[in-house]
Design a protein around this ligand. Structure first.
Ligand code: ADP
Ligand code: MG
Length: 483
């Protein structure tokens, strides 16, 4: 039998499964701690405390005696359930023991070197995005950038849980690695990334320095961005146009509008709303066309659709972050923008007219809803399922995982989960994340802002990560922090 060192925190006892063991706790051991224990054939093996519980012999009757001031002798034992993660074999591949550990085996707290080498968290490797530190340790954690672009990634949490902050961290890493990024930004939160964050003590712990990436970021918006966000009106089909108007009977307007547009097309390929209104007036003066005129004026005022839209190769170039600010635009116009944009980007990427890229979709439940349909539903699905073949990655962000199209979510190889409390959302997460134990699901409900669970096929088990501070201004200061 293995000699027991002074710093042992517990001893294996009871029923022992190859991947799940019980340990009596005598030293300092907390839920979530990483431990190591020696297997008689395979050597040191890494494990993690999944659950910890005290058993006592104090009955409810005896508890009343304490209340009455009597001395009662209590026996208390602490037991921990340990999930066996595994060990690296001689080829560096993670394996777990095929035979049970021996009862009586001592359990020790694992040191940082052993944890980081066994978990393969990418310390020292290139082409990776540094996200933060393994919770409770000083071990840097990173995600492979190629796998992000090829296999998509999701960021889920309740409102105020830190999704946009974490997404900003990822974008900073993509910028440093020269990856091309497009951000669908419905709330105008990402433009602040042009500015440096202010220095803080916390940054030292994570080896982070304030930085600004102003020269790499371009914002696009209908009226106040660095560049004007415009799409070509002639590329929007009549049915789509009518359906984003505020009409009680949209179908009846399709014909008159089509007639007007067909007439314009006889003389010119491109046109704007003024051209359409003029043509409508010329053709007839019914109440139908007057209503249509009013709606066309409204769409014109949104300042998004015009004679000539942005070309994708103007919008996207290698290593640039293009932020599509849609704040203030009505939801259906936002969906239409996402649809046009993703479609154009996907076609351009297939023909290799633009570099491989990652598209961040905030509020993904609006652009790829599980129930009902958005203009962008179809292209979101297409990109989710086919994007990997073309180097077209998605980063989907949502506060309602249960409301995001399963066909999109299930394609995300890496999942980042911050605090979630809604039971339906927890269920959706439990169903979609492999290897998530009940106690991890329980922990997700209690996570402090800034701690994320990370699950990916690269990792043997989902890990809790303390998200690193932002290098850039996160612009979310006026959002209430939920704890
Ligand atoms: N890792 C973190 N470190 C420090 N502050 C954070 C962190 N994550 C989030 N916050 C703060 O918490 C608030 C909410 O974060 P935010 O990313 O806007 O949440 P969400 O997008 O999920 O609604 C913001 O004020 C943000 O600055
Ligand atoms: Mg947000």
């Amino acid at each position: 039998m293995e000699e027991i060192r002074m710093d042992a925190v517990g001893i294996l006892y009871g029923d022992i499964h190859p991947t799940l063991v019980n340990c009596s706790v005598s030293g300092k051991l907390r839920q979530g701690d990483y431990v190591k224990l020696k297997h008689h054939e395979d050597g040191w093996v890494l494990g993690k405390v999944d659950a910890i519980e005290a058993k006592t012999n104090l009955s409810i009757e005896k508890s009343y005696q304490i209340m009455e001031g009597n001395n009662v002798e209590i026996q208390q034992t602490i037991s921990a359930q340990i999930v066996v993660i595994g060990y690296l074999d001689h080829k560096g591949i993670l394996q777990y023991p095929r035979t049970p550990f021996l009862a009586g085996t001592p359990v020790y707290l694992a040191d940082d070197d052993f944890i980081s080498s066994t978990l393969n968290v990418g310390v020292g490797k290139k082409g990776r995005a540094y996200i933060g530190l393994i919770y409770g340790h000083s071990i840097p954690f990173s995600i492979d950038i190629n796998s992000m672009v090829q296999k998509h990634i999701s960021v889920m949490a309740k409102t105020g849980g830190g999704k946009s902050y974490l997404t900003g961290v990822i974008i900073e890493e993509l910028i440093k690695n020269d990856v091309t990024v497009v951000v669908i930004d419905p709330h105008g939160e990402y433009g602040s990334m042009k500015n440096k964050a202010s220095d803080s003590e916390e940054m030292k712990r994570f080896s982070i320095h304030p930085a600004s990436y102003g020269s790499r970021i371009v914002t696009y918006s209908p009226d106040h961005g660095d560049e004007k966000l415009t799409f070509t009106l002639s590329q929007i089909n009549v049915k789509e146009l009518v359906s984003i108007m505020n009409l009680s009977d949209p179908k009846s307007y399709v014909l008159p509008l089509r007639k007007a547009i067909d007439a314009i097309r006889l003389s010119s390929r491109d046109y704007d709303f003024d051209d359409v209104i003029k043509e409508l007036k010329r053709q007839d003066d019914s109440s139908l066309s007057q209503t249509l005129e009013k709606e066309l004026m409204y769409l014109k005022s949104l300042n998004v659709l015009g004679k000539r839209g942005l070309r994708v190769d103007e919008l996207v170039s290698k290593g640039k972050v293009s932020i599509i600010e849609m704040k203030g635009l009505p939801p259906d116009m936002q969906e239409l923008i996402v649809q046009r944009l993703l479609y154009a980007l996907f076609e351009a990427r297939k023909k290799e007219r633009i570099p491989p890229l990652l598209v961040v979709v905030e509020e993904a439940h609006n652009f790829a809803p599980q129930q009902g349909k958005a203009f962008s539903s179809k292209i979101m699905r297409t990109v989710a399922s086919e994007g990997r073949k073309f180097g077209f990655g998605l980063l989907v962000v949502s506060q309602r995982p249960a409301k995001v199209d399963k066909n999109v979510l299930s394609q995300c190889g890496t999942q980042l989960i911050l605090k979630v409390t809604n039971p339906n959302d927890l269920k959706a997460i439990g169903n979609s994340v492999e290897g998530l134990t009940n106690s991890s699901l329980d922990e997700i409900q209690r996570l402090p802002v800034g701690t994320s669970l990370v699950a990916s096929p690269e990792l043997p088990i989902p890990l809790f990560i303390e998200v690193r501070p932002r290098e850039t201004d996160d612009g979310g200061k006026n959002v209430r922090v939920v704890r």
